[in-house]
Design a protein around this ligand. Structure first.
Ligand code: 1PZ
Length: 212
């Protein structure tokens, strides 16, 4: 059986589906978008498996909430935040009785989405001699790095060195030639940015941006 192939188009579609008419974010599609990104990372090689494992385990935690008895409260990120806060299901200052709340788990993916946005924007505007490792690490230093301890930053830095070049990246995105990939990135980025910003505002308004 052929392994599932990644297509950039699918990421775009799932993030598009994740926005409701009144600008709420459907958790189901949000994590489906992440699932696609995991497929992408897996196609880049096993150096990235420590990263995709972490994403997979976070997707799993959220999926368990979604399919659990209180699943209806997890339909959107907005309803999840309301439900978990109203029912004291979130460790707000240090990890205690709810170390794996939906809110703190999704926050990790949310921060990573910012990295993705910064990285894809660099890739979109890159030139032939741009280095993927530099684009990745610049984006990382501007976003996720501030939330990671030294050891993880080190490991991530090493993984970046194993990244394939720009041409391979474009190929793996499976969206046609370079011009087509760049066009699709131009279409995807505002969507990813919008989903990111809606979540960011929601978390900021509820003082959830530093959940342990
Ligand atoms: C395409 C190449 C992939 C580059 C990925 C760049 C981002 C590096 C993120 C490194 C994560 C390292 C492993 C685990 C870290 C966890 O400690 C943290 C915090 O979770 P906690 O410990 O609090 O439960 N996990 C995260 O920060 C989530 C990281 C998600 C990284 C997603 C990368 C997205 C890749 C998309 C592919 C284009």
């Amino acid at each position: 059986m052929a392994a599932e192939t990644f297509r950039l188009q699918k990421v775009l579609e799932t993030f598009r589906s994740s926005l409701s008419e009144n600008k709420e974010v459907y958790v189901k599609y949000y994590i489906a978008g992440w699932q696609e990104l995991v497929t992408f990372m897996n196609s880049l090689g096993s150096v990235f498996s420590f990263i995709s494992k972490d994403v997979v385990s976070k997707i799993q935690i959220i999926e368990n909430f979604l399919s659990g008895e209180n699943g209806s409260h997890y339909a959107t990120i907005q309803s999840m935040v309301t439900y978990e806060l109203e029912n004291d299901l979130v460790d707000l200052t240090k990890r205690g009785s709810h170390p794996e709340s939906g809110c703190r788990t999704l926050l990790r993916l949310h921060r990573a989405l910012h990295w993705l946005e910064l990285f894809l924007e660099r890739l979109r505007t890159s030139t032939e001699d741009s280095k993927t490792s530099v684009m990745c690490s610049d984006a990382y230093n501007e976003s996720l790095a501030q939330h990671h301890p030294w050891l993880i930053r080190k490991a991530v830095g090493m993984a970046f060195c194993a990244l394939p070049g720009r041409d391979t990246f474009f190929e793996v995105m499976n969206a046609g030639d370079h011009t087509q990939v760049v066009a699709l990135l131009g279409e995807s980025l505002p969507l990813i940015a919008e989903v990111y910003q809606i979540t960011e505002d929601l978390y900021a308004n509820n003082n959830l941006l530093e959940l342990p």
